[in-house]
Design a protein around this ligand. Structure first.
Ligand SMILES: Cc1cc2nc3c(=O)[nH]c(=O)nc-3n(C[C@H](O)[C@H](O)[C@H](O)COP(=O)(O)OP(=O)(O)OC[C@H]3O[C@@H](n4cnc5c(N)ncnc54)[C@H](O)[C@@H]3O)c2cc1C
Length: 498
């Protein structure tokens, strides 16, 4: 950490910042142990799950309460220095990427479940609580927390709120925003506010709706009130395998067209199937299948049994080779295990991968998957597909080797083409991973200048000094094209390798 640095990160005028003095003030708030300031220790915080972007912050602070977060933010406000919130750092769009002259505020010590209220079906948690701890805390009484990102064993509820995270069960039950009743937040001036409440509907402006998905740009959530649901009487998982990815896609449309809304429907293609079988060996995913479709149905036993029968018929009508089914919890977990490990399993296929996150109308699935295949051939990089098929949320995983000069730039360009394709067919540039640092240059593919201006107004109301995770989400004139220099000689060599 440089003791004194000249910064111009948020305001137009340059100012000299005495980082040693700031560190002292922060130590007085959280204690010496919880202000990270050596270069070696800061290394652990230089990126999130999007590892191609790296930047050390000036300081990392680990507060343990709302009051400590507020006091830390007040220091940032007073010195006009930027702060970036971080939960578990699993974000895939560079949302928690620090800025060079910023304070990174990490919530990983804020792990208390503050209140469990079964009668009213809600819990209050500190924002650093890990997603699946919520279900663990309430499952004994027959409840669960529905949004279940594949990273749920590590990602924080604060991160989920900031990204409006989705997951396998969000097809039927909705994404994070549908499960957050209210929150205590620290605004960028350090004041503490309550938004929403503890009841499902509160009158007036939906401030909780604005805050969810704001990626740390409107303040820091410190305590969050979540809805919990009663566990279903019966759950069944079906696994169908197909000789084409298109057949799995048509099955998804036909199931929904038949009036059945499963809890989740996920597709994995051949590359992903083999990657997970090599890694976690479920021994359930046929290695020669072009695709598998995992379908979970839940509800009353009679309803689940009838829906499962009908879905099985639809799978066979679409050319499924086999349909396996599991009711027993252990068997169900086995069928899901490979899907949950799919991103991590890509590490066996390739030294690096770049995951994209676009949404398309379900009916365009076949067309878009074919186009992605064409783009993969054109750019010379393999693309594996694992996705929340029921809600049209694609996750193309582009495999590459970052050690190859120019590879990352080409892969980013390919990822951008996929996002533009999603927008062209009436979809979106993000389903659940957010915009962060990675996708802000595609915001204008989807939003008009006047839409973006409205978003800037909202941001300015919460953060007039522009210190809360600045440079994320909203594009600036310099955002696009920086460093994107495709090296087309490198790409064909890589295609041979995978
Ligand atoms: C293997 C893998 C699988 C994944 N699967 C899914 C999936 O199925 N669905 C899905 O939606 N995502 C998925 N993700 C992405 C990621 O896990 C989610 O975006 C998650 O919500 C991030 O939580 P986090 O605690 O790691 O947040 P971080 O990465 O630490 O931060 C994410 C963003 O939230 C902000 N933030 C963090 N905490 C707060 C807070 N308390 N208040 C305000 N802002 C805050 C940060 O500034 C940043 O902008 C996956 C990631 C990985 C690595």
């Amino acid at each position: 950490m440089d003791a004194i640095a000249t910064i111009s990160n948020t305001s137009s005028s340059l100012q000299t910042i005495n980082w040693s003095a700031i560190a002292k003030e922060l130590i007085a708030i959280v204690g010496d142990r919880y202000v990270v300031r050596t270069r070696e220790e800061l290394l652990a915080y230089e990126c999130d799950g999007l590892t191609s972007y790296k930047q050390q912050p000036a300081l990392v602070v680990l507060p343990s309460s709302t009051e400590e977060v507020a006091a830390v933010v007040k220091v940032c406000d007073r010195y006009k220095i930027a702060f970036v919130a971080r939960g578990s750092g699993t974000g895939l769009s560079g949302g928690a990427l620090p800025l060079p002259d910023s304070v990174l505020i990490v919530t990983s010590r804020m792990k208390k479940i503050l209140e469990v209220d079964f009668e009213n079906q809600r819990v209050v948690v500190q924002s650093g609580v890990i997603n699946n701890w919520v279900t663990q805390a309430v499952s004994g009484a027959g409840f669960y927390y529905a949004p279940d990102p594949s990273s749920q064993i590590i990602c924080s509820i604060g991160g989920n709120v900031a990204e409006n995270s989705g997951g396998v069960h969000c097809l039927k039950y909705g994404v994070t925003t549908n499960h957050v009743l209210g929150a205590k937040i620290v605004l960028p001036d350090g004041s503490i506010k309550d938004i929403g409440g503890k009841i499902p509907e509160s009158p007036c402006y939906d401030l909780t709706g604005i805050f969810v998905g704001s990626e740390g740009t409107l303040g820091i959530a410190t305590e969050i009130t979540l809805k919990i649901l009663k566990s279903a009487e019966s759950i069944q998982v079906l696994l169908a395998d197909f000789t084409t990815v298109e057949a799995a896609g048509s099955t998804v449309s036909d199931v929904i067209g038949a009036g059945i809304i499963p809890a989740g429907m996920e597709i994995m293609d051949n590359m992903s199937i083999n990657a997970v079988e090599d890694t976690v060996a479920t021994n359930c995913y046929p290695r020669d299948a072009a695709s598998i479709l995992l379908i979970e149905i839940d509800g009353l036993e009679i309803e689940v049994t009838e829906s499962a029968k009908r879905i099985e018929e639809i799978c066979y009508q679409n050319g499924a080779r086999n349909v396996t089914s599991a009711i027993d919890p252990e068997q169900r977990l086995r069928l899901w295990k490979g899907r949950k490990a799919a991103f991590a399993a890509m590490g066996r296929m390739s030294p690096d991968y770049y995951v994209q996150d676009g949404v398309i109308p379900r009916t365009k699935l076949t067309f878009v998957l074919k186009e992605i295949e064409n783009l993969s051939k054109k750019y010379g990089y393999p693309v594996a597909n694992v996705f929340h098929a029921g809600d049209g949320n694609l996750h193309p995983l582009i495999l590459y080797n970052n050690a190859e000069a120019g590879a990352l730039e080409i892969v980013e360009e390919l990822g951008g083409e996929i996002l533009k394709l999603c927008v062209r067919v009436g979809g979106s540039i993000s389903g659940e991973h957010g915009i962060g640092a990675d996708k802000k240059c595609y915001m204008s593919e989807m939003f008009s200048e006047s839409d973006l201006e409205t978003m800037r107004w909202v941001r300015d109301v919460f953060d007039p000094q522009g210190i809360a995770n600045p440079t994320k989400i909203l594009p600036t004139p310099r955002t696009c094209g920086e460093g994107a220099k495709p090296n087309h000689d490198a790409k064909y060599k890589l295609m041979d390798r995978f």
